[in-house]
Design a protein around this ligand. Sequence first.
Ligand code: CUA
Length: 265
Amino acid sequence: MFTNRLPIAKLAGAVVALSAVIAAVMLSINWNGAEDSTAAPKIDDLLNIMIVVSSVIFAIVVVALAYALIAFRAKPGDESDGEPIHGNTRLEIAWTVIPTIIVLFAGGWSWKVLNEIEETNPRHLTVDVFSQQFAWSFAYPGKEYAYSQGVLHVPVNRQIVFKMHSQDVIHSFWVPQWRIKKDNVPGITTTAIVTPTKTGTYQLICTELCGFGHSTMRAKIIVQSESAFEKWVGGLKEKVPTPMMVSVKQDTETNPEPLERVEAE
Ligand code: CUA
C-alpha cells in the first residue's frame, strides 16, 4: 500500500526545473534556418510552442519515472509480489482529458496559423509549377504563357499562388526558408501560397521520393524586386509545352477554380 503521501511540491518543482532546462536548450537551437517568407515566423512560433509543451510532458514522464524507480524499489531480500492494482478511475479520466485538451489546443493553433498563411491577397501573382521525373518548370502570367525550366523567378513582398501540376508521379514542392511544402499530385491541382520577404537565391527541393533521380530534382529560385522580375519574365522566349498546357486544362476541369491568367493585354 502507498502509505507515504507523494511529495507533490517537490515533484512539481522538479518538473518545472527540468522542463525549463529542456525547453531552454531546445529553443536555443535554430532548427529551421532563415525565415524568408511571411509564413516562416508563424510556423516557427508554432514549433516553439510545441517544443515547450513537449518539454513539460517529457519532464513529467522523466520525474515520475525517476521517483518511482527510487521510492518504490524493492528492499533487498523482498521476494513478495507487487500490490494487485485494479485501476484508478480518477487517474484514467485525467490521462484521457489532459492529452485531449493538449491535442485540441495544438490542432486549433495549427488551424489558425494555416488560415493566416493561406489567406489570399487580391494582388497575388499566380505561377504554374510543373513537376516531372526529375525536373521542375514554371509558367508565368502573360500573353504568351512565359515559361522557364529549372529556374523560378518571383517578386519579393508579393503573395505568390503556386498552382502545381505533376506530369507523372507524386512530387513535393519544398523551399525550407519559406517553410512551405506541398505535394504535387497527378490529375489534380494543388496550391501553395507564399509571400517571400527577402531577395536572394534559394533552392526548390523535391521532398517526395519519386524515383531514381529524386535526390537531384531541384530548381533554383531567384527572389527579386518586382521590376527586375517583370523585366526577366518579359525576356522569356519559351512558351509552355503542349503536354503541360493539357495538364493545366485537365486539372482545371477537376478543380472548378479558374486559372488566373488575366494579365494579358
Ligand atoms: Cu520529384 Cu522527388
